[in-house]
Design a protein around this ligand. Structure first.
Ligand code: FAD
Length: 198
């Protein structure tokens, strides 16, 4: 199947994206890597009147070292984290997790923000951000706000984001110098969502 017809917009900043989403009155939807939304469009499970492409939004694809924490933009791809192209506050845990998400083709396009907003309970970042107690930074019609990781995910496929909100990124506190981790993901074949992870 092919997607139903939709309008397409490519705003230059998060404010512009929020304005387009607000004007869409519930029928406009952001798209980032398209790895989850694309199939839903093609199966016509989602039929938005307008897609708001976040690929051109300034600052979304970058990361910043903030001293005691790191900001990772919502548009950073899984592959960029896997390759160590963004600062890592976790001594290797983020790249390790990224490298086990799906296949490289999906990781090249899929973004941290897209995964978190899609909010599949089996998704790697959804679980990891909770573990890391990340802070979610959201741009909305009323300005910018921060949401604690425990309040962002409200149920399966449901988050604290409003219809006109854009997730701009997450802030993750740096691990202490002696912090260590183990990470295990159980799935039947490489590239699948986890049946369990720890
Ligand atoms: C074959 C396959 C295997 C996969 N395996 C795994 C896996 O093992 N583990 C795993 O965790 N994931 C897996 N995924 C999902 C993958 O990680 C996707 O990249 C991710 O879920 C969605 O990211 P995206 O950037 O493509 O988002 P999109 O598909 O573009 O968007 C997803 C949703 O988020 C919204 N959205 C996107 N960005 C923003 C934003 N900044 N602000 C507000 N709303 C936004 C969109 O409106 C949409 O509702 C797999 C996907 C595929 C196709």
């Amino acid at each position: 199947m092919k997607a139903a017809a939709f309008e397409y917009a490519r705003p230059a900043d998060a404010r512009g994206a929020c304005a387009l989403l607000a004007a869409g009155d519930g029928m406009a939807k952001p798209i980032a890597g398209g790895q989850s939304l694309g199939p839903m469009l093609n199966l016509r499970l989602a039929q938005p009147g307008q897609l708001v492409d976040l690929a051109g939004v300034a600052g979304l694809a970058g990361a910043r070292d903030l001293g005691s924490a790191v900001f990772i933009g919502a548009g950073v791809t899984h592959a960029a984290i896997e390759d160590g192209r963004v600062p890592d506050p976790t001594h290797g845990l983020l790249p390790r997790v990224a490298s086990r998400i799906a296949y490289r083709a999906v990781r090249n396009r899929g973004t941290v923000g897209g995964s978190l907003v899609h909010a599949d309970p089996a998704a790697d970042w959804v679980n990891l951000m909770r573990l890391l107690d990340a802070t979610f930074i959201i741009e909305g019609p009323a300005g910018s706000r921060e949401v604690a990781s425990g309040d962002f995910m409200q149920a399966a496929f449901t988050t604290a984001l409003g219809e006109s909100d854009v997730l701009t990124g997450v802030r993750i506190a740096k691990f202490s110098p002696t912090a260590r981790f183990g990470y295990f993901k159980f799935c039947r074949k490489v590239g699948e969502f986890a049946e369990a992870m720890a």
